[in-house]
Design a binder for this molecule. Structure first.
Ligand SMILES: *Cc1c(COP(=O)(O)O)cnc(C)c1O
Length: 380
C-alpha cells in the first residue's frame, strides 16, 4: 500500500465488525465484561487497551512503516516512556537544538534520576560518535530542529547507533512520515507529538511511539501500561480522523511553505530565512536525500535584529495567529525569544541562533496569496 492510501486505510479493518460503521467507534468505556475470569474479547481495562486506541495505534504503525505503535496522552508522555527504558548511570546523546519541553524533561526530571545527557550539535552527525562510551544507551535526534530548521543525517546517526549497539530515537514531529520515515533509515524508535501535524487541527494533545522490534515494543507497552500516560478514546478518534487527510494537508503545507520562504527571502527587510528547501541551507543535500519535500515550518530574522520590531510584526499579523504549537490547518506565528525560549538566558539562546528578532511560522493550508499579503502588511 502506498503512503497516500495508508493514511486512510492503514491498519484499519475498514468496517467495524459490530454494525459496519466505517469509522472505528469511540469505545467510551473503562472496562469490559468477562464471561469467566480472564474470559474477554481482547480488552480488560482501558489503561491496558481500548479498541479505539488500538485502531489508532495500528494506523500510526502503518504510516511510519513500523510494526507496533503506542499512543500517549501527550508527546512528552511518549518521550517520558522512552526515557524509562533507561537506568541510573546510563547516558544519552541528544540533539542540542531541541524542543524546549523535551530539554526540560531531560534536564529537570531524568538528570535527577541519574541519567546523563550530552547535548550535541549534530549538523555534522559524525560528532555523535565522540560522545559514545560504554554507558551510552540512547541517541535522541530531532530533525528538522526547532526553531532553527537544522537537518540531521538520520542514516549516519543510525549507522553510528548500530555500530555501538545503542538505540536511536527520532522525534519526527516536524517532518511527519509524509516527509521522512526514520525507521526505514535505521532508527529504532519514532516519536511524535501527534498534537501537531498528525492530529492536524489544533484540537487535541497526544503523543506516539512507533517501533519495528517486538522486544522493544513489549518493553514500551509495559511502561505505557505501568505508568499509565494513555490518551482517551475521543482523542484517539480525533487523531484517526486527522490522519486521513495527512497527505493532502502536508502537500499544501509544503507548497505554501515554499511560496512563503521564497517571498521572505526576497523581502528587503528580512536578513535571513531558515528553511531546508533552500540550496543555501547548510544541510540542504541531506534534507533532499532523506525528505520527500521541505515542509511548512519557517523561521526568519529581520535586518537590524530589533526585538520591538519583531513583536510588532507578530502583533500585526491578521491571518497568522500568534500562538505556540504548530502543524494545524491554520497558520501560526511565534516569537521564540519571548515565548517558547523565554526561559533560556539570552546568551544561551543566541548561541543556537534564537536572536531577538527571530520569528517562527507554522504555515497552514490557507491560500498562499492571502498568507503572503498578510506577511506583507505586517512586515511593512
Ligand atoms: C510539541 C512538541 C513536543 C511535545 O509534544 P506535546 O504533545 O506538546 O507534549 C515534542 N517534540 C516536538 C518537536 C514538538 O513540536
Amino acid at each position: 500500500m502506498k503512503f497516500n492510501t495508508k493514511t486512510i486505510h492503514g491498519g484499519q479493518q475498514n468496517v467495524d465488525p459490530a454494525y459496519g460503521s466505517v469509522m472505528p467507534p469511540i469505545y467510551q468505556t473503562s472496562t469490559y465484561s468477562q464471561t469467566t475470569p480472564g474470559g474477554h474479547k481482547g480488552f480488560e481495562y482501558s489503561r491496558s487497551g481500548n479498541p479505539t486506541r488500538a485502531a489508532l495505534e495500528r494506523a500510526f504503525a502503518s504510516i511510519e512503516n513500523g510494526a507496533f505503535a503506542l499512543a500517549f496522552g501527550s508527546g512528552l508522555a511518549a518521550i517520558d516512556a522512552v526515557m524509562k527504558l533507561l537506568r541510573p548511570g546510563d547516558e544519552v546523546i541528544s540533539t542540542n537544538d531541541l524542543y524546549g519541553g523535551t530539554y526540560r524533561l531531560f534536564t529537570k526530571i531524568f538528570e535527577g534520576f541519574g541519567i546523563k545527557f550530552h547535548f550535541v550539535g549534530m549538523e555534522n552527525a559524525e560528532r555523535i560518535e565522540q560522545y559514545i562510551n560504554d554507558k551510552t544507551k540512547l541517541i535522541w535526534v530531532e530533525t528538522p530542529t526547532n526553531p532553527m530548521m537544522n537537518i540531521i543525517d538520520i542514516k549516519k546517526a543510525a549507522s553510528i547507533a548500530k555500530k555501538h549497539n545503542v538505540l536511536l530515537a527520532v522525534d519526527n514531529t516536524f517532518a511527519t512520515p509524509y516527509l521522512q520515515q526514520p525507521l526505514e533509515m535505521g532508527a529504532d524508535i519514532v516519536m511524535h507529538s501527534a498534537t501537531k501535524y498528525l492530529g492536524g487541527h489544533s484540537d487535541v494533545v497526544m503523543g506516539a511511539l512507533v517501533v519495528k522490534d517486538k522486544v522493544l515494543a513489549d518493553r514500551l507497552y509495559f511502561i505505557q501500561n505501568a505508568s499509565g500516560a494513555i490518551c482517551g478514546p475521543q482523542d484517539c478518534f480525533l487523531v484517526l480522523r486527522g490522519l486521513k487527510t495527512l497527505h493532502v494537508r502536508m502537500q499544501r503545507h509544503c507548497e505554501n511553505g515554499k511560496a512563503i520562504a521564497e517571498y521572505l527571502a526576497e523581502h528587503p527587510k528580512i536578513e535571513k530565512v531558515y528553511w531546508p528547501g533552500f540550496e543555501s541551507h547548510p544541510n540542504h543535500a541531506i534534507a533532499k536525500s532523506q525528505m520527500h519535500d521541505y515542509g511548512g515550518m519557517i523561521s526568519f530574522v529581520t535586518k537590524g535584529n530589533n526585538y520591538g520590531e519583531a513583536i510588532k510584526i507578530v502583533e500585526n499579523l491578521k491571518i497568522f495567529i500568534l500562538a505556540e504549537s504548530l502543524g494545524g490547518v491554520e497558520s501560526l506565528a511565534g516569537h521564540p525569544a519571548s515565548m517558547t525560549h523565554a526561559s533560556i538566558p539570552k546568551v544561551e539562546r543566541e548561541k543556537i541562533g534564537v536572536v531577538d528578532s527571530l520569528i517562527r511560522l507554522s504555515v497552514g493550508i490557507e491560500d498562499a496569496k492571502d498568507l503572503i499579503a498578510d506577511l506583507k502588511q505586517a512586515i511593512g
